[in-house]
Design a protein around this ligand. Structure first.
Ligand code: ZN
Length: 182
């Protein structure tokens, strides 16, 4: 499982680096590359978010089974969690600033990219690649997160379950596996 996650984590990290680079160029009114890369970055988000959503679905639940970002990012250092939510907030702020500046965000595939469009899109890329990276990094750094999402035979189980719903084996929990609700 982890061997599948690592390449996607590396790709997400690269996507984040490229996004930040493009964004810096766009902020100073430059466009480093043409429209093809522009589209590729949009498609790359899907390549990262499919595995990230899969991992989130496996580990990102609180003890009552509800989706939980805190649980999904439990393997990340604290600064990284703050940085990811910072990127999300920045993407929103960037969107408002670009909209206020009257940037036309729409381009067809053949058009050259304007710095304004690149700024708008790269702001979103940073958030998507960054948060995708954090989810994948979380399970790579703390592999017990994925282990706790399975029974000894590998069936997916809810963090609050006492028995595996598939094979009925009792689930032994350590204190670290279960975080308190709220
Ligand atoms: Zn089982």
């Amino acid at each position: 499982m982890i061997t599948i996650v690592i390449p996607f984590m590396v790709l997400a990290g690269l996507g984040l680096l490229i996004s930040v680079t493009f964004h810096v160029f766009a902020l100073v009114g430059r466009v480093p590359l043409g429209g093809n890369v522009f589209m590729a970055m949009n498609f790359g988000i899907f390549a990262i978010w499919l595995p990230a959503a899969f991992v989130f679905q496996r580990i990102g639940r609180d003890p009552s089974g509800r989706p939980s970002w805190k649980q999904a990012l439990a393997g990340c250092p604290r600064w990284m969690r703050y940085a990811m939510f910072g990127l999300l907030g920045y993407a929103f702020l960037n969107f408002l600033l670009c909209t206020a500046a009257g940037t036309a965000p729409h381009h067809s595939a053949g058009d050259p990219v304007s710095p304004g469009s690149l700024r708008l899109f790269s702001g979103h890329w940073m958030a998507f690649y960054g948060i995708g990276f954090a989810i994948l990094f979380s399970v790579v750094r703390d592999r017990s997160l994925l282990a706790a999402a399975n029974c000894p035979s590998g069936h997916p189980v809810n963090p609050s379950a006492s028995f595996c719903p598939a094979c009925g084996v009792p689930l032994v929990r350590t204190k670290a596996d279960i975080s308190k609700p709220g």
